[in-house]
Ligand binder design. Sequence first.
Ligand code: URA
Length: 214
Amino acid sequence: MTVYNLGKQNSVANQFLAELRDVNIQKDRLRFRHNLLRLGQIMAYEISQKLTYRPTDIKTPLGKKLMHLPATDIVLVTIMRAGLPFLEGFQRVFDKAETGFISSYRVEGNSKITIQTDYLATPRLEGKTVILVDTMLATGRSVADAITSLLSRGKPSQVHLASVIAAPEGIDYLKKNIKLPATLWTFSIDEKLNSRFYIVPGLGDAGDLSFGPK
Ligand code: URA
């Protein structure tokens, strides 16, 4: 699995991520969702550089210009509910993409965690580029389970995993457990998971901060 950590490069993306993490600024739910959306747009642009392109003649009012345009069918898939604001950024950039949804949640035990998936609504994926949008890559189990479920809908030509913050444990888990080539994109690889499987220092619960506590 190839891993791109976009936060290593200084850019305005790190300001948006700092605001997501900041314990005072993150209280503003509208700003929190908006920063996730902006990071989704930035990451979508970065991923766009890895897609395949086809030369296409474009007719302007004054002539013709040969341009290279994306030639892949993209399916954006998100894991609800925390992925929704981040997804919106991807949808704004990849405006022709189809979108799929997975509803899964963590069942927390004393020392382990299992993922319960209740709902899968995605288009056919055969030969398409799948971008799986999961805001916080913590244990990696929901992403690995999501990929297993998604393969029942056809074999994608490319798989990109998009997260705002990733934990080293989640990256290791995916490296060992996903059986197809995939590229992981993130803005930060944080220190570790805590005993409740939250990312430290992370930002807290992205779903609660976006939509309110459960
Ligand atoms: N999901 C979150 O929202 N935060 C974490 O730290 C881990 C998973």
